[in-house]
Design a protein around this ligand. Structure first.
Ligand code: AGP
Length: 583
């Protein structure tokens, strides 16, 4: 989703730093980009529809600038266009904005009555004009921004330049994430850590309704009463290089190859302040997309091995429905980014109801991590590809750990020491030949039973999001109740069977589709052979709690190879954003 970068400093060229930052945020997904900078005490704004390269063609990197802000926009209010892209300037103020100002029409009405006119259809231009409007009365930037936070409804992170104060860069946030990074004789703002890693790894997190006044040598942060507050400085553990491609064609492939180390880092990390799992008699798991799919695996494992009922819900539904819980309920929130708007809202709802909350999050200090009573960090490092792979695998690893803690049965993790090697072995198989069999099809089916059905859902999502091929995931036994009518000659069916108890039943279902002409790709950890499949992918067999970690790898790599054969934009699929900070 949208990205923000900003720079104030005497050592570097603001334009270059900002463009670098925007490029590092490209993975978030966007449809236009823009930059505003100060040169010779004058403001210059350049914006372009489409990719950052279009913007770069219009920008002169030889111009000297010490102050600027930049933005990549993912359209919400108004189509992707040059006019709607950020930064927006109204009189003395120029802003870049992530999030949504919900009451912008109301504010626009006031502004129209006061003589303001608008060039775009965005809520951002209205926010910028409203700040200008308030400033006319307040005549003080901090007071103006403080007043604006009390009037703006919705979620926002704003980077702000005021032509009356070119010694400072301003920032304010509510719900949408924003960091302030520290350099030597220079400081930065950004919506996410990768934007600043090329230059510094030290950053602080702005909290809701706080305002930052940032100069070349100083960062001052004020709370909603305009009282200065002290902020903690974090150091990002990964390096800039680690967030780059390291010779792989795509970030997705690089991130899949990082899975062995991600697994080992996650399961061996020190985990403090964990809840007392023995006190809960039911668990809810709430998440979106792939994170929701890891919740389905978690449900299967916890119910089977720890004997506690688990209810898994998509966050955008959970937050609006009646939930049945009591003091002995634990609600687990799963999120790579830690910023997904629906998951965050569902978490706030559980907090309001005074229910214990545990989040499984990848990004340290993210909103979901900070709002949860307990946190477990997955150690996936920076994930750039929009399609999650290594973070998903890290979440599966955490659910395996949680299952063993609750059940107190260490034996269910008996294969833990061999998994990193087996992940590597599974990654190294050839998936291209299988991909060649299916990449021209418009409809692909994934079938499985029990825990394998949860994996089918992830395999299907992975394929859809990066290759744009329609696919569905079905419980193998359910197909004959309607959907089997879609199976015809050569329809690809990817069938997963990793559970011995369900193997025969699944094979019967595979035979049903095979009899109707399906082209079957069979993924299994068993030694079974027969004429019920066309291709087989044999994965290593390990204990059931850890098996999904190996099962998902062929699914990720088949999706990757299919998308590559179809020349898709693998790391930045159309219409998608890495971090979904709108509802
Ligand atoms: C997965 O490949 C997707 N890009 C998406 O479903 C993602 O898992 C979902 O948006 C949740 O994101 P989060 O883990 O950052 O909360």
């Amino acid at each position: 989703m949208c990205g923000i970068t900003g720079y104030i400093g005497k050592n570097k060229n603001a334009i270059k730093v900002i463009i670098d930052g925007l490029e590092a945020l490209e993975y978030r997904g966007y449809d236009s980009a823009g930059i505003a900078y100060i040169t010779d005490n004058k403001l210059k704004v350049i914006k372009e529809k489409g990719k950052i390269v279009n913007l770069k063609e219009k920008v002169d990197l030889n111009i000297k600038s010490t102050l600027g802000i930049g933005h990549t926009r993912w359209a919400t209010h108004g189509e992707p266009s040059k006019e709607n892209s950020h930064p927006h300037t109204v009189n003395k103020f120029t802003v870049v904005h992530n999030g949504i100002i919900e009451n912008y029409l109301e504010l626009k009405d006031t502004l129209l009555k006061n003589g303001y006119t608008f060039n775009s259809t965005t809520d951002t231009e209205v926010a910028c004009a409203y700040i200008d409007y308030l400033y006319k009365e307040e005549k003080d930037i901090l007071k103006t921004l403080n007043k604006a936070t009390k009037i703006f409804r919705g979620s926002y992170a704003l980077g702000i330049i005021c032509i009356d104060d070119l010694d400072n860069l301003y920032a304010v946030r509510k719900t949408s994430p924003l960091i302030i990074a520290k350099g030597d004789g220079e400081n930065y703002i950004a919506s996410d850590v990768p934007a600043i890693l090329k230059y510094t790894n030290k950053y602080m997190l702005l909290d809701d309704n706080e305002i930052a006044k940032i100069s070349v040598s100083d960062i001052k942060v004020y709370n909603d009463k305009l009282k200065e507050v002290t902020k903690e400085t974090y150091e990002f553990e990964g390096s800039y290089e680690s967030s780059m491609k390291c010779g792989y064609d795509h970030f997705m492939l690089k991130e899949i190859h990082e899975e062995p180390i991600v697994f080992s880092n996650t399961v061996n990390s020190k985990m403090d302040n964990l809840p007392d799992f023995s006190k809960y008699n039911q668990i809810h798991i709430v998440a979106c997309g792939s994170a929701y799919h890891t919740g389905l695996v978690g449900k299967y494992l916890i119910e089977k091995y720890a004997n506690i009922p688990v209810y898994v819900e998509v966050a955008s539904e959970y937050r609006y429905k009646k939930n049945f819980y009591d003091k002995n309920t634990l609600v687990i929130f799963v999120s790579q980014s830690g910023e997904t708007a629906d998951t965050l809202a569902a978490l706030k709802k559980a907090n309001d109801d005074n229910i214990d909350t545990l989040s499984i999050v990848n990004v340290v200090g993210s909103s979901i991590a900070r709002e949860s009573k307990y946190v477990i960090y997955t150690k996936a490092g920076c994930e750039i590809a929009v399609a999650t792979t290594k973070a998903y695998l890290a979440q599966l690893s955490v659910f395996a750990l949680i299952t063993s803690w609750i059940s107190k049965d260490k034996n269910i993790l008996k294969d833990i020491d061999k998994i990193s090697n087996l992940i590597e072995e599974t990654i190294d198989k050839n998936y291209l030949d299988i991909a060649k069999q299916i990449y021209k099809n418009n409809n692909i089916f994934f079938i499985g039973r029990g825990i394998d059905y949860a994996l089918c859902m992830e395999g299907s999502l992975k394929l859809k999001e990066i290759s744009y091929i329609n696919s569905v995931a079905y419980q193998a036994g359910e197909l004959k109740h309607g959907t089997i009518s879609l199976i015809e000659k050569d329809t690809p069916v990817i069938a997963i069977a990793t559970n011995d108890e369900l193997l025969e039943k699944t094979i019967s279902n595979i035979k049903e589709v095979k009899a109707r002409g399906a082209k079957v790709i069979f993924i299994t950890n068993s030694d079974v052979t027969g004429d019920f499949y066309d291709y087989i992918i044999k994965i290593p067999k390990v204990c059931e709690t850890l098996q999904p970690i190996l099962t998902v790898i062929p699914l990720q790599l088949i999706a990757y190879e299919v998308a590559k054969l179809n020349n898709c934009d693998i790391d930045k699929p159309r219409n998608l954003a890495k971090s979904v900070t709108v509802e």
